[in-house]
Design a protein around this ligand. Structure first.
Ligand SMILES: Nc1ncnc2c1ncn2[C@@H]1O[C@H](COP(=O)(O)OP(=O)(O)O)[C@@H](O)[C@H]1O
Ligand SMILES: [Mg+2]
Length: 136
């Protein structure tokens, strides 16, 4: 368990880049924390750190974003707009979890029973307008 304090969006992205070095094929990264706490910013860093040049945005209508061109394929989910467990299950998550890449899931705590037990959880807490606590 490690806790970091980030003082800017760029710093959170940089923490994501560092974290990407420890990511392997099959990893599931479960992100929790309120709206605006920096989850997507962190994902940007992870995606860049894995070497993909793809642009990262929140998966809202499409539900899943895939980023390629890096060391591993990346699957980015966001449970924020998913209303019930059945809708979440319809995403066919297992195929991604046990696939050839890594999965990053924002709002993973909304359906914790769908997250595999070996997932790496990261918690984001807003401390002030620019300060975020990030706990792994
Ligand atoms: N230390 C920080 N880390 C991350 N984001 C920050 C930080 N300080 C301010 N921000 C701002 O907070 C917002 C975080 O948004 P985002 O990463 O989309 O959050 P989430 O995905 O958790 O809803 C951005 O507008 C960003 O510029
Ligand atoms: Mg987000």
């Amino acid at each position: 368990m490690a806790t970091f304090t980030s003082n800017s969006a760029a710093e959170t992205e940089s923490l994501g880049r560092d974290f990407a070095r420890k990511i392997d094929k099959g990893d599931v990264v479960a992100l929790r924390g309120d709206l605006g706490s920096g989850k997507t910013q962190f994902v940007k860093g992870v995606v860049a750190g894995l070497g993909s040049g793809n642009e990262v945005t929140s998966p809202t209508f499409t539900l899943i974003h895939e980023y390629s061109g890096g060391r591993l394929p990346i699957y980015h989910f966001d449970f924020f707009r998913i209303e019930d467990r059945q809708s979440a299950e319809r995403l066919g998550l297992d195929e991604y979890f046990f696939g050839d890449g890594v999965c990053l899931i924002e709002w993973a705590d909304k359906f914790p029973e769908l997250i595999p037990p070996n997932a790496k959880w990261i918690s984001f807490t807003t401390k002030s307008e620019t300060e975020r606590e990030i706990a792994t």
